[in-house]
Design a protein around this ligand. Structure first.
Ligand SMILES: Cc1cc2nc3c(=O)[nH]c(=O)nc-3n(C[C@H](O)[C@H](O)[C@H](O)COP(=O)(O)OP(=O)(O)OC[C@H]3O[C@@H](n4cnc5c(N)ncnc54)[C@H](O)[C@@H]3O)c2cc1C
Length: 421
């Protein structure tokens, strides 16, 4: 049977999340003809389900900070053309409730000076002045003025619109079934709706990127499920982004502090032994709705429904932090899949086994790393020198070789610096 040709282009991008859409935008900006193929619809995956944090506060030094800063810069530069994506930079807080937590967060704040990330420690009054919705038991917070916020589905939609204006064609509800190969040569992809012919293919399918392994190449990315709950609009203002102690402990840069003890940062609602963690965060939409989360577990594989225990953690922690809002209605609830790699860094590289095939996947903090990775993979696919050194994001780096069996993974073998995030 001869398959019909759906489209043809210089480059086919698979996946219309923040990474795929960013790659398509930058490729089109370089003058290339681009087609995006998406199994569901634009921002259907993690990019349409997330909390909107543009988070610098706890980013590890080196590549994570550089990727994040570059990503925020891209969003800032494009924001006049992107329209109402709720982009703002009012900073972010990590609040603490005990002296033990304060000690760790003070150590953390001091350690950040070397990394070039500005963090101050606020007392309770200073924190409440910045954020009237500070939880009732908070005794202070660390504050980073660099942190910002977007509405992520709006951002991806607006960037897709800009890409389309540059000539990109986006085929939604069109799953890629396999690569189109002839011997070692790559000619595009087979989709549900026909062939997309292109001699370069960028694979940007987030948590589903492991599917690429059926083509005989390694794509070490797996899903981790995290949930969100959104309330009806609340009049009081949060103003900033916020993590709680439970959210802080997910970051190696906090856990590495001398005074850190896991039990001091674990909420009574968590059940780590059974694989349920609560990466406590809170953000407020421009319309006043409060978004809380994130219960995290990996029991569900690719199931994007929230487990009962995840719901319990969100409700229990919310009622503990803001008992006066117990009457507030729940406006929505969902989960999504973050794409995790063994060393928690994204992969931005070309496959040596299949010339013309590129991978940009494994983004845990894709709101910031997604736009920068999109630009980097576009540069690679166009034969340009990437705007930053991406050796550490390669498919052959040591951090990937450990696989998922040993977690956390030593990223820098010499130093033994462990990261999970
Ligand atoms: C609840 C939640 C909260 C989060 N909060 C934040 C946050 O505050 N800040 C932050 O930086 N990050 C956050 N993240 C992480 C962030 O959302 C991800 O890092 C980012 O969205 C990853 O983007 P992506 O483009 O790689 O993947 P995705 O957005 O998942 O896009 C992948 C796309 O590929 C498509 N696809 C898969 N297989 C195929 C196929 N065979 N053919 C065609 N298309 C295919 C999927 O349908 C999907 O649309 C959060 C994630 C979740 C789930």
């Amino acid at each position: 049977m001869i398959a019909n040709v759906l489209d043809r282009a210089d480059v086919a991008v698979v996946g219309a999340g923040t990474v795929g859409v960013s790659a398509a935008f930058f490729l089109a900006d370089m003058g290339l003809d681009v087609v995006v193929v998406e199994r569901e619809h634009i921002a259907w995956g993690a990019s349409g389900r997330n909390a909107g944090f543009l988070w610098m506060h706890t980013r590890n030094p080196g590549l994570p900070v550089d990727l994040a800063r570059a990503g925020i810069e891209i969003i800032e530069t494009l924001s006049p053309d992107l329209g109402p994506i709720e982009f703002r930079r009012r900073g972010g807080m990590v609040f603490f409730e005990t002296d033990a937590q304060r000690r760790v967060m003070e150590e953390f704040a001091a350690s950040r000076a070397n990394d070039g990330v500005e963090i101050s420690v606020l007392d309770q009054q200073q924190a409440r002045e910045l954020s009237p919705l500070l939880p009732r038991n908070a005794i202070g917070a660390t504050f980073c003025p660099e942190d910002g916020q977007i509405n992520s589905p709006k951002f991806v939609g607006a960037l897709a619109h800009l890409a389309v204006r540059k000539g990109v064609r986006i085929h939604e509800h069109t799953a890629v079934l396999s690569l189109l190969r002839d011997g070692d040569g790559l000619h595009g992809v087979h989709t549900w709706s026909g062939l997309v012919l292109a001699d370069r293919v960028i694979w940007a399918t987030g948590a589903w990127s492991g599917e690429l392994e059926r083509e005989g190449v390694a794509a070490p990315v797996r899903p981790s499920r995290i949930g969100v709950l959104v309330t009806a609009p609340v009049q009081e203002k949060l103003n900033v982004l916020m993590f709680g102690p439970g959210g802080a402990k997910q970051y190696a840069i906090v856990r590495d502090q001398p005074s850190f003890r896991e039990e001091d940062f674990t909420g009574p609602w968590e059940d780590g032994e059974n694989g349920f963690e609560y990466n406590e965060l809170v953000a407020q939409r421009e319309d006043g709705r409060i978004q809380i989360g994130n219960p995290e577990d990996d029991h569900g594989g690719f199931d994007q429904r929230t487990p009962m225990y995840g719901m319990k953690m969100m409700v229990d922690s919310f009622l503990d932090r803001w008992p006066h809002l117990a009457h507030i209605a729940i406006d929505g609830q969902w989960s999504g899949l973050i794409p995790v790699t063994p060393d928690a860094l994204p992969i931005v590289d070309a496959f040596s086994e299949i010339p013309g095939l590129f991978l940009s996947a494994g983004h845990i903090y894709g709101n910031v790393a997604g736009p920068s990775s999109g630009r980097l993979i576009a540069q690679l696919a166009n034969g340009e020198t990437p705007f930053m050194d991406i050796e550490g994001l390669s498919l052959t780096r040591p951090g990937l070789a450990y696989g998922f069996d040993r977690a956390p993974v030593p990223v820098d073998e010499g130093e033994g610096a462990f990261v999970r995030w």
